[in-house]
Design a protein around this ligand. Structure first.
Ligand code: PEP
Ligand code: MG
Length: 560
């Protein structure tokens, strides 16, 4: 049997499921007849014990050099003893609320206070405050907190949802993978898991069968394949054996791929191909480097805007972009202005309901309607360009006037920064995504105004073929190798080549790491591909095995 989900980071794991129950919330209206003084004394005891627990776990993590994780626990220890939080609990106790209700109420007040500061750094701490309070509530109920810290054997962790702190508290060597019903690629837990290269599935179908078997004390042995986005369970002996063989082959192949890390990316007959990585957050630039990428070909910055109720400030964005630039140590970082809208929404921007969100208010359309958002972002990107090679990429351009407006705003931002004496790269290169057919059709006109094209094959395919990229019912029609899509790709490549002056056309959609597509894309003249970092090594290997004759043959077969 199989469950499908969204693979956050590739990889495979076979291990028994360890299902983590969601912590159950306290009833905030629960009252008690017990003396407040008695409950306050109990609060002191519980606080001291939990603080001790946080600190000893942090010390253990420090020994293992997991400094960041240790800092999070140390911060929770501080938040636990915070006077405002503790006084709040006492105030509710005086009003007759139970200890669990008082803790929860005071923590809710604190979370609300943090949200009102609109300080992006503090706001990220809301989940940690909630987690700290539920641990205290469990201690007060004298029930063990659903925790991973006691794990002593390898497991695939499954849950409806999981607090980041819970993953942090788990012994890393025993967590083989993660499967969550909720969550998106952008949830903190997914980012944390990807940072640890844990095979992970989020947004899974119903996990209740796995939950039931775990509860019954018979945890299912599962095979998690994050590349395929599947979780297999109730496997026959034969299926299990096949899964084990696949895992072994995957591990060997992964190891063997590292020989490509420091090799220049080129075809077998010496044609240089530039292979970059796609990232969603600065930290992931580390992986691009680790896997020998030529740079960051696509920084999807919209992820900095998601899961939050305020927009990121210029300083916050600048810090992220500069971090990515520094990590890449002199290699290009292509930063795309935010592509919020359609399937990527944020509470920070209420875009309203739309009949056809993929054809609606999205990306550059939002930015031009709310130019302050674009200005803030462009200033941050420009400032980061003082620290290393940066390129700016505008998404979802569909007509020339949009590009003209975006370029005018960019010039304004440059002028402002000059006036303020803030440095940036005066010759910063500017590009647009080719993901709407109108741009590919008029490629020779668009290329006159920019330095490069980056083909967004994910969207170019959906808009060329009128096939919703999110709709599994018509998935069979979604084909990036359709001759119509390839004709548009070829037109874009030709336009850039013919324009001369070092103008380039690359591709940064998922097609760039599809082994069937790579020979065709190279055959069409593409020499810049940007792929998920986990696909860098295998794509480099594939390219190194191709000859010019393979590429010519691949394209000749298309009859374009
Ligand atoms: C694309 O459309 O191919 C692309 C790279 O952009 P996104 O997937 O973020 O829409
Ligand atoms: Mg796109």
């Amino acid at each position: 049997m199989q469950i499908k989900g969204i693979g956050v980071c590739g990889g495979m794991a076979i291990a028994p499921i360890h299902y983590v129950e969601s912590p159950c919330p306290a009833d905030i209206n629960e009252h008690t007849d017990r003396e407040p003084a008695q409950l306050k004394a109990r609060l002191d005891e519980l606080t001291a014990a939990l603080q001790q627990e946080f600190l000893s776990r942090a010390a253990l993590l420090r020994q293992r050099e997991q400094t960041q994780d240790a800092e999070m626990l140390e911060m929770q220890a501080v938040m636990l003893c915070d006077v405002t939080f503790q006084n709040g609990v006492c105030r509710y106790l005086d009003q007759g609320y139970s200890l669990a209700a008082s803790i929860t109420r005071s923590s809710n007040d604190q979370q609300q206070g943090i949200l009102e500061t609109e300080d992006p750094y503090l706001m990220e701490r809301v989940a940690d405050v909630a987690d700290m309070a539920s641990r205290l509530v469990y201690a007060c109920w004298e029930i063990p907190y659903p925790d991973l810290s006691q794990l002593d054997h390898p497991v695939v962790v499954a849950a409806e949802d999981l607090q980041p702190s819970m993953l942090v508290s788990a012994p890393e060597e025993f967590i083989q993978g993660l499967v969550l019903e909720h969550g998106s690629r952008t949830s903190h837990i997914a980012i944390l898991a990807a940072g640890r290269e844990l095979p992970t599935l989020v947004g899974c179908e119903d996990l209740s069968a796995l939950h039931a078997s775990f509860r019954a004390g018979k945890p299912e042995l599962v095979c998690l394949d994050a590349d395929q986005g599947t979780l297999s369970f109730a496997m026959t002996d034969q299926e299990l054996q096949q899964a084990r063989q696949k895992l072994e082959a995957w591990q060997q192949e992964r190891q063997a791929l590292f020989v490509y890390r420091d090799q220049i990316c080129a075809t077998a007959d010496g044609e240089r191909v530039y292979l970059y990585g796609n990232i969603m957050e600065a930290a992931a630039a580390e992986r691009v480097r680790e896997y020998g990428g030529d740079g960051v070909g696509l920084f999807r910055t919209e992820f900095l805007y998601m899961n939050r109720s305020t927009l990121p400030s210029e300083e916050e964005q600048f810090a992220h972009y500069r971090a990515a630039v520094r990590k890449m140590g002199g290699k290009d970082v292509t930063i795309r202005t935010m592509d919020i809208g359609a399937d990527k929404q944020t509470p920070a921007l209420d875009l309203g309901r739309e009949e056809n969100p993929f054809l609606g208010f999205r990306a550059i359309r939002v930015c031009l309607a709310k130019p302050d958002i674009l200005r803030t972002q462009l200033r941050a990107i420009l400032r980061a360009s003082a620290f290393g090679p940066v390129k700016i990429l505008f998404p979802m351009i569909s007509r020339m006037s949009e590009l003209d407006q975006a370029l005018a705003i960019l010039e304004d931002c440059k002028a402002q920064l000059r006036q303020e004496g803030k440095s940036f790269d005066e010759s910063i290169r500017i590009g647009i995504m080719v993901e709407i057919p109108s741009v590919a059709i008029l490629a020779s006109q668009f290329i006159q105004k920019v330095d490069f094209f980056s083909i967004g094959s994910n969207d170019l395919t959906q808009y060329t073929l009128a096939v919703d990229r999110m709709n599994e019912k018509i998935d069979y029609l979604y084909d990036g190798l359709d001759p119509a899509v390839l004709t548009l790709i070829r037109a874009s490549v030709r336009a850039a080549d013919q324009a001369g002056g070092g103008k380039t056309c690359g591709l940064c959609g998922e097609l760039g790491s599809d082994p069937k597509a790579v020979p065709i894309l190279l055959g069409l003249g593409l020499r810049h591909l940007s792929v998920n970092p986990s696909a860098l090594l295998q794509t480099k290997r594939l390219i190194s095995q191709l000859h010019r004759s393979d590429l010519e043959r691949a394209v000749a077969q298309l009859n374009l």
